[in-house]
Structures are given as C-alpha cells and as structure tokens.
Design a protein around this ligand. Structure first.
Ligand code: C5P
Length: 243
C-alpha cells in the first residue's frame, strides 16, 4: 500500500494527506517534549492514549455545538480531521494559578483565580512561544478582532465543557491550551478547535490529593507519565481496549 503524503511533522504528531479533499489524518506519536524540546523522551503508549482522549473531548465538544476539526478515529494512533488554516496563536485558559503565569506574576501555584483568564501566545518555536496581547495580534495581522472574539468565545466554551467533565471524575481543570483553525465551506468561514485536547495540553490535578495527571509529570519528573494519562482515561471510561 502506498504511504500517504506527509504534510507536517510536529513534536508529538504527524499530519498526512487525508482520503478525501479537505481532510487530513492526524497521527499521534509517543514522543514527549518539554521546555521547547530541550527535554525529550519516548513514552510507550502515550500516542494511543492521547488519540483516545482527544477523540473523547472533541466528540463531546462537537455534540454540545462547539465546532472542532475531529471527524472520526481511524485506528489506535490516527484520527481523521478537517483540514483548516491554523491561526498562529495558542489560546490558554487558566482557572487556577500554575506554570508560567504563577511564575511570571509571583502567584503561588494552586491559587484559584477570580475568574477564568484567557491568554494568547504567538506560535513560534524559535522564540519559545512568547505571550502576546491583542495589540500585537492585530498590529501584525495574525488574526482579526473578530477572530480574537471568536477564539475567546470558543476557548471559554471549551473551558466550561472540560471543567464539567473533569469535575465529574474528581479532576480539577487547572488550565489548558487550544489551537484554532479557519475552516472554509464554500464562501463560508468559521473557526474550529483544532490540534488536540489531551493531558499534553491541559493541567489536570486530582481534586482530593492534588496529584498531577498531566504533562507536568514529565516536565518535572514526578513519576510515570503513561500511568498518569491511563488514570485520566480510566476515570473518563475511555481506556484503550487494545493498548
Ligand atoms: O506553561 P504554561 O503555564 O504557560 O502552560 C499553560 C497551559 O498550556 C498548560 O496546560 C500547558 O500544558 C499548555 N501548553 C501547551 N503547549 C504549549 C504551551 C502550553 O499545551 N506550547
């Protein structure tokens, strides 16, 4: 069988040409990277878990009317997605102070925030994805004001959905990142949630014990990453049967 055309290879995923026009195949690798790829490892089974978990979250979002690129899972490591034009901005939503914001503003990790805080980061590996404001985004033409309004609205709806799903299984959604793409249907354009939603892109803390169940386990050497992700999958009832 002919190998599909590779469109793009990132740190944790590969995008291939899809079977129909307007589609792509998203392949989940086992690679884990942190600190702009300074730290790298291969974690057996991570790709399988993230494929399942991203399927679970994206399917749920589609069902509640939050549009995403996800069409269907193809196999253990691949899913069929809608092709879209990725806006070069990562949108982060924070409910609890942690990570770079806790450090930047000198707030103790774990401090609940008065309301969800939305931040933008410019997607540029060479610069280490710097924090940017709406002014930068508008002035440099990375997205229009309408796009920004739509990105914030999408991000907050994702936050409501994910927070609810996680709380129900005893997990606090501390923060997360989404990527957003422009999807064209004829002359009509809308923004959709793209990339992945998984413990690679969220901070997830056990509500009772504070145990980290996300990529911080890898970033900070807190234990076995695959065990942490398996625990999230187990609680959500999305354990891979053949993994
Ligand atoms: O590092 P920081 O605190 O800014 O991360 C905020 C959230 O965004 C975390 O959940 C982290 O996993 C996610 N993130 C990501 N990809 C990046 C940067 C952050 O998924 N490039």
């Amino acid at each position: 069988m002919a190998r599909r055309n590779k469109i793009y290879e990132g740190k944790a995923k590969i995008l291939y040409e899809g079977p129909e026009p307007g589609t792509l195949v998203q392949y989940f690798k086992d690679d884990a990277t942190a600190y702009n790829a300074e730290k790298h490892d291969v974690i057996d089974g991570k790709g399988v878990l993230n494929n399942r978990l991203s399927e679970f979250f994206m399917t749920g979002l589609n069902a509640v009317g939050v549009p995403t690129h996800f069409i269907r899972r193809l196999n253990m490591r691949e899913q069929l997605v809608r092709a879209c034009e990725i806006i070069p901005i990562e949108v982060v939503v924070r409910n609890v102070a942690a990570g770079s914001m806790a450090k930047r503003l000198g707030i103790e990790e774990g401090t609940p925030l008065p309301r969800p805080i939305v931040e933008y980061y410019y997607k540029d590996d060479a610069l280490g994805d710097p924090l940017v404001t709406e002014e930068h985004i508008a002035a440099f033409g990375w997205a229009s004001q309408q796009d920004m309004d739509d990105m914030v609205s999408l991000a907050l709806r994702v936050n409501d959905f994910l927070s609810g799903v996680m709380t129900a299984v005893g997990i606090r959604l501390v923060d997360f990142k989404i990527e957003v793409g422009r999807h064209y249907e004829g002359d009509f354009q809308r923004l959709i949630v793209a990339d992945e939603i998984s413990p690679d892109s969220c901070r997830l803390w056990d509500i009772q014990t504070g145990q980290r169940l996300d990529k911080d386990v890898f970033r900070k050497d807190l234990g076995n990453l695959s065990d942490a992700y398996t625990e999230v999958a187990r609680r959500l009832g999305v354990m891979p049967k053949n993994a």
